[in-house]
Each structure stands twice: as C-alpha cells, then as structure tokens.
Design a protein around this ligand. Structure first.
Ligand code: AMP
Length: 299
C-alpha cells in the first residue's frame, strides 16, 4: 500500500494507474477502522483495479466540538487493517491540505434533506460532509465511490451533491455490517464503556422490533414503542423515524408497495449513535437506485 499525504502526489500516482486504463474505486473514511469499513474496501477491490482509501477526520462536519476532540484515532491499527485488505493507496491528508488558508467554503443546496433527521439535529453537518467529499472526489476522480448504508441519509446527501457538482462517479451503497449481537459497527463504539456497550444493543433491538411489526398495527404506535424501548434502556433519543426509503419523508399510513426505512439517533451518555434498517422484508439491502434524488427532495 502506498501512503500519500498531499493532493499533487496523489494525482501523480493516480495518473500512472489511469495510464493503464485501470478503474479506480474510492472509500472515504474518518479512520478508527473496523470491519464495516473493510467491507467497503473488499467491495471496492472486487470491482476496481485500484482501491483508494482516505482517512481524514473532517473538522467542518462536527457540529459539536467535544465530539470532534474525542473522535477515536487508531492510525497504526488502521494501516495494518488496510494492508491486510490489500488496499492500494491510503490518502492521509493534514487539515491544511484539504482546507488551505485561502479556502472558500462552498454551500450546497441540499433542500429538504438538510432540514430533517440528521440535518435537523446536527446543523451544518451535511454541509461539512459535502465540502470534504466534494474535495476528495475532485482529488481522486474515482469511477466508483463506496458508501455504507449505516449512514443512510449521508448516502442520499452525497448522491445529491454528486449530481449538483456533476462528478463523474457512481455511488455504490454497501450493507451495514453488525457485531454478532446486532450492534452496528461504528468508530464511536470505541468510546462506550462496558456497561454502555451492553445498553447500546437497544438501538438494533428497537429497529428489529419495527422491522418485525411494521406490517401490522399503527405505524405511529410501533414507532412510539420503539422510542420507549430506547428511553427505558437509558438512551436520550434525538429521533426514531419510519420514513419512505427513497425520500425520507415520514410514513404514517402503510402502503404495501412503499419501501420504508426505520432510522434512529440517540445519545448514550456522551456518545451519539445512529443506525437504520430497511423495513420491508422483501428487500434488505438498499441499492444505489433507491438514492436517486427524487423531485420532492430536489427543492
Ligand atoms: P466513517 O469513518 O464513520 O465516516 O465511515 C466511512 C464509511 O464507512 C461511510 O461510508 C460509512 O457509512 C461506512 N460505514 C461505517 N460503519 C459501517 C458499517 N457498520 N457497515 C458498513 N459501512 C459502514
């Protein structure tokens, strides 16, 4: 694996691969890597000649300074994991490389998507995500971009940004990888103590509860019960939502043909965890088409 810290060096290296007409896949991350990240690397390797991974804890997407300061950093272990997964290039820029002093921050018209769920509870977060992913895509110009369904709304936001900016890359959405007991893998899980790690399980349990019951009874009653499960476990809930899988508009009345997703964000003491699950049993993995921005989202 080649470790690169600057954009010109990255582009010089990529030009060599491109000269051989090699397809390039890209996996952007914030490090503290786990098997969820590695599943994206594996998928990237399956379908591309060259796999580029970036590790950059992006300051502009943290609306809470304490969350940024406490974000786990495990760079040596990350390098070992990437080497073992046969990643070709690790791009590891410093903050000044991505945000030079003369940087003018772009604003992205994300419309409705930025006003709901994560957008509502983390003001400015998705602007920061778009700023960094836009810059990284400009630097890497990958054929394929690998994203995790774990960050469902982020997948939609990045897909919209790609469309707005005309990046010539295809987003590939990969399924959420879970621990054996069901907890979605997340870098933030490293911040949980032993007791919190046990309690954390209530999130995936609440989502499984919604998934198992969404075909019967009132959706609002099911949503409220799931929220209660989290509160009883000791979570401070930001939201529990049952939404249309393509638009994230809340769903109140069930329609058998409508694809739905249940989404949760909640605090366990200091640590904010998110997770989601596609509800309709006939399909479990969302595909890139689900994220094609619709007219409602484009406002
Ligand atoms: P992060 O380092 O948390 O910014 O995540 C980098 C990428 O890995 C994003 O596309 C995430 O959605 C994805 N990712 C994070 N956790 C998981 C997981 N448990 N399963 C699959 N993908 C994940």
């Amino acid at each position: 694996m080649i470790l690169i810290k600057t954009i010109p060096q990255l582009q010089e290296q990529l030009a060599r691969f491109r000269g051989k007409r090699s397809s390039i896949g890209f996996v952007p991350t914030m490090g503290a890597l786990h098997q969820g990240h590695i599943s994206l690397i594996n998928k990237c390797k399956e379908t591309n000649a060259v796999c580029v991974c970036s590790i950059f804890v992006n300051p502009t997407q943290f609306n809470n300074p304490a969350d940024f300061e406490k974000y786990p950093i495990t760079i040596e272990k990350d390098i070992d994991l990437l080497e073992a997964a046969d990643c070709d290039i690790l791009f590891l820029p410093a903050v000044a490389e991505m945000y030079p002093p003369d940087d003018v921050k772009e604003h992205y018209n994300l419309g409705y998507l930025e006003t709901i769920l994560e957008g509502k509870y983390r003001p400015g977060h998705f602007q920061g995500v778009c700023q960094i992913v836009d810059k990284l895509l400009a630097a890497v110009t990958p054929d394929h971009l690998f994203l995790g369904q774990k960050d469902y709304q982020q997948c939609m936001v990045i897909t919209k940004m790609i469309e707005l900016k005309g990046h010539k890359t295809t987003p590939i959405i990969c399924p959420t990888i879970r621990e054996k007991d069901g907890l979605a893998m997340s870098s933030r899980n490293l911040r949980l103590n032993e007791q919190e790690r046990i309690t954390a399980l209530a999130i995936s349990k609440a989502l499984f509860y919604i998934k198992e019951n969404a075909c019967t009874g009132s959706l609002e009653a099911i949503r409220q019960h799931a929220e209660q499960l989290l509160t009883n476990a000791g979570y401070k809930v930001d939201y529990v939502a049952i939404a249309d899988a393509a638009t994230l508009q809340p769903v109140e009345n069930r329609d058998a043909k409508q694809q739905m997703v249940a989404l949760v964000a909640a605090f366990l003491n200091e640590v904010r965890l998110i997770d989601n699950m596609v509800v309709n049993s006939e399909w479990s993995i969302v595909n890139s088409e689900t994220f094609a921005p619709s007219k409602e989202m484009a406002s």
